[in-house]
Design a protein around this ligand. Structure first.
Ligand code: FMN
Length: 317
């Protein structure tokens, strides 16, 4: 495993976590039993998005396999806040890693209700705000607009001292400006990228394939976009970054750390390999050790990334 890493006051065993909605820890425990617990593949667990009311999600079909990834139109099915707090949260608290709860609402007021209720629970170590949803009042996607993000944080920041991570959408004109607004209005960290908007057509009829019409593209297809956005955001903020988008190997994780991320999240790759998180953390550690032993004469292995400066023990153990 890679060395320990400090993130928003949490001590994590290594820098690899899961992307929200891409690894169902409760289903894994149901299927494989408690044996999954000691070998849990992630250093923290990010739960899938919960909303105030229960949601059924989008009508099928919900997935399309793209040449290098997936288009999903799952539509955030979940039990709603009450169901999550009563049933899921106590069970997720048994995981051997800190729990980060991802929430989404369609107005700052609704997000505020979610933040207050979740943050009051000791099981939640931190919260991630999924801002890929339109504000019902303005019609704007909250994460696509710096003013929307500022208003959201002004509403929710005073509600809890727990770390607030804003999950940025790549479907924004200026993701750096949105990240800067998040930092200026009190976010403790940002995570990116969420999925890119995409669609697929039914091969025979030409009608939209996905029940939701459009969906979110994830996996290797978006890795270069994610890397560019992480790099751009790292130049605009000094809060920690959780980088994700198409990470499949330790080399990809190392690249995201070099671009400015403190943690790396694995999403779509976990569908192919449920142990991907642990494998990628192992590969990352081996890579870092090798690069320390055989430094690159061109100097590209110098400790110049933000992650290394903030967590020298992670890369210099
Ligand atoms: C099937 C699926 C479900 C997802 N559900 C959520 C979700 O509930 N909340 C969220 O913030 N992101 C969700 N995401 C986005 C991922 O957390 C991640 O940001 C994105 O997939 C990019 O990472 P990847 O390319 O490694 O999958 C989902 C992605 C997929 C593929």
């Amino acid at each position: 495993m890679s060395g320990p890493v400090a993130f928003c006051g949490l001590e994590l065993a290594h820098p690899v976590v899961n992307g929200s909605g891409t690894f169902d820890a409760l289903a894994a425990q149901r299927t494989f039993g408690d044996a999954v617990l000691p070998e849990f593949p992630f250093a923290a667990y990010v739960s899938k998005t919960i909303t105030r009311e229960p949601r059924q999600g989008n009508p099928p079909p919900r997935l399309w396999e793209a040449p290098a990834g997936l288009i999903n139109s799952i539509g955030l099915p979940n039990r709603g806040l009450d169901g999550y707090l009563a049933d899921d949260l106590p069970r997720l608290a048994q995981l051997p890693v800190p729990l980060i709860v991802n929430v989404m609402g369609d107005s700052p007021e609704h997000v505020g209700e979610l933040v207050s209720a979740v943050a009051a629970r000791p099981e939640a170590a931190a919260l991630e705000l999924n801002v890929s949803c339109p504000n019902v009042k303005s019609g704007l996607i909250m994460g696509a607009d710096p003013a929307e993000i500022a208003a959201l944080l002004d509403r929710v920041r005073p509600l809890t001292p727990k770390p607030l991570i804003v999950k940025l959408t790549p479907n924004a004109t200026d993701v750096g400006a949105v990240a800067a607004a998040a930092e200026a209005h009190g976010a403790d960290a940002v995570s990116l990228v969420n999925t890119l908007r995409g669609m697929a057509l039914h091969p025979a009829t030409g009608a939209p394939w996905l029940g939701g019409g459009t969906g979110g593209v994830s996996g290797p297809a978006i890795r270069a976009v994610a890397l560019a956005q992480i790099h751009e955001v790292a130049a605009r903020v000094s809060i920690p970054i959780v980088g994700m988008g198409g990470v499949q190997t330790g080399v990809h994780a190392r690249d995201f750390l070099r671009a400015g991320a403190t943690l790396v999240a694995v999403g779509t790759e976990s569908f192919r390999d449920p142990r991907a998180g642990a494998r990628i953390a192992d590969e990352l550690e081996a890579l870092v050790r090798k690069e320390r032993t055989f430094p690159d004469p061109a100097g590209s292995n110098a400790p110049d990334s933000r992650a290394e400066r903030e967590n020298p023990q992670q890369t210099r153990a």
